[in-house]
Design a protein around this ligand. Structure first.
Ligand SMILES: NC(=O)c1ccc[n+]([C@@H]2O[C@H](COP(=O)([O-])OP(=O)(O)OC[C@H]3O[C@@H](n4cnc5c(N)ncnc54)[C@H](O)[C@@H]3O)[C@@H](O)[C@H]2O)c1
Length: 441
């Protein structure tokens, strides 16, 4: 025995080794000897996810890389090789770029785990292609920006389940031990029946590159460079960011909202030329009504100089909770539970693959994405919107025949999309007059 290991350490090490063997048996059964990651989108989160997945399990290797930007794809490969060469199978031949690069990465048979971390507008297409290619998936949130994308993701989630593919989502609170414990206690009745709640993402203004449009940049290149500020790429900040907290509400209530009303606007972000400054709002206040009439208030704001508050709170018949990352309070007691959720989400996915246990978070994250989209649409339109009517269309009888009035259908992705195309930006929505964008007939 290693003299530096005491008996407890030895037993733990032994258990871990046995676990690795058991896991590997599941992998070998699938004809693989390691988890071979392909990443699509190597920006801030993608680079973080690469570190996290390598931390998650020693059998993980990085097998392929793709980014829109050739320089970023290549520098990601270089950085990985410099830091952890023994964990990198990827070569220049398995490093891709451009809008179609993801197809080449997904065609590689050695890749069995893909990380999707591009701007969310691309996610439904990338998810569909990854499931078609039979890959296990870690998908960043949100998974769509509009109704068309949500419908596609729900269909893809079913196809993934049929194929036995595992999918984890970047709503990392679902993998954060403190949140998991709070939810267990809520679901065990510790605060009674939830009567109401509120969820916030009130923060500061995000990055922009508004002053960096080079003359040779096409509209599409510029919008991709500034993706956060264009609806078709980000879904607006209620979708891109506040989805985390809305997801916590869905989790606590184990339900989706039935209807949503709300308001919002662009009070501080420059509302100059949408072609330069984009077309998203900077604040939303939304009311989500759940089954049984439970109302959740949702606020999100991206304005500097204001109170910052990213948290959730629920009030029940017997008590209350307040959560934020790192603090989990139930009936006045703060549970002190450390966790590394960004690594844990990969540990959970890798384990599900190796042990061939069910894990498919795509439907759940799609519903949370849609709840946020519904909030955005309610605020833009000034209408109270019903979940079913927007997601499936309004069913009506006309001359005895059932017809579907799909007036809230929204499809913002420009198709066919090319990097050099002209793409005039849509104006900032005018509340009360906005209607969903659809492809031209
Ligand atoms: N879970 C979290 O806490 C968390 C935190 C930050 C970001 N995110 C999510 O991660 C995603 C990426 O955000 P980010 O902050 O890394 O953005 P980013 O701008 O830093 O990176 C995006 C990368 O995707 C690349 N890209 C764009 N379009 C592409 C395409 N079609 N194919 C391949 N590559 C493409 C870009 O070149 C860029 O390198 C977003 O969905 C965001 O919401 C999640």
């Amino acid at each position: 025995m290693n003299p530096t290991l005491d008996r407890r350490d030895f037993l733990t090490a032994g258990t871990a080794a046995a676990g690795t063997l058991a896991f590997s048996a599941g992998l070998y059964a699938q004809g693989m000897s390691s988890i071979n990651v392909g990443i699509i989108g190597c920006g801030g989160r993608g680079s973080g996810a690469l570190r996290d997945v390598l931390d998650a399990d020693p059998e993980v290797k990085i097998a392929a890389i793709c980014d829109l930007n050739e320089g970023r794809a290549k520098s990601t490969l270089r950085a990985l090789k410099n830091k952890q060469a023994d964990r990198v199978m990827a070569t220049e031949e398995t490093t891709f770029h451009g809008l179609e690069g993801y197809k080449k990465l997904l065609a590689l048979p050695q890749v069995n785990y893909v990380i999707l971390a591009t701007p969310p507008g691309f996610r439904p297409d990338h998810l569909e292609a990854a499931v078609e290619a039979g890959k296990h998936i870690f998908t960043e949130k949100p998974v769509a920006v509009d109704v068309a994308g949500v419908r596609k993701c729900l269909d893809v989630a079913r196809r993934a389940r049929d194929k036995g593919l595992k999918i984890a989502a970047g709503t990392q609170r679902r993998h954060e031990a403190g949140y998991i414990e709070i939810m267990k206690r809520i679901h065990n009745g510790e605060i009674g029946d939830i009567l109401a709640g509120r969820v916030y993402w009130n923060g500061t203004t995000p990055w922009n590159h508004w002053d960096k449009r080079r003359p040779e940049m096409s509209d599409v290149e510029y919008q991709l460079f500034n993706w956060y500020h264009f609806l078709w790429l980000s879904g607006d900040h209620i979708v891109e960011q506040h989805i985390h907290n809305i997801d916590v509400a869905n989790w606590a209530l184990r339900a989706n909202p039935i209807e949503v009303t709300g308001m919002g606007g662009r009070s501080n972000r420059i509302a100059g030329d949408p072609n330069l400054h984009g077309n998203i709002f900077d604040h939303f206040a939304v009311e989500l009504t759940y089954p049984g009439g439970v109302v959740i208030q949702s606020y999100c704001r991206q304005i500097d100089g204001c109170e910052n508050n990213v948290s959730e709170a629920f009030v029940g018949t017997k008590g209350k909770t307040r959560t934020t990352s790192g603090s989990y309070i139930i009936n006045g007691k703060d549970l002190d539970i450390p966790s590394r959720p960004y690594v844990q989400e990969h540990i959970d996915l890798v384990r599900a693959i190796k042990e061939n246990k069910p894990l498919n978070e795509l439907e759940q994250v799609t519903y949370s994405t849609f709840a946020a989209i519904l909030g955005r649409m309610a605020a833009y339109s000034g209408q109270r919107l019903k979940w079913d009517e927007v997601l499936y269309g309004i069913k009506k009888k006309v001359k005895g025949e059932e017809v579907v009035d799909d007036r809230w259908f929204e499809d913002t992705m420009p198709r066919p999309l090319t990097l050099d195309m002209k793409l005039p930006a849509d104006p900032v929505p005018v509340v009360g007059r906005w209607r969903p964008k659809r492809p031209k007939a």
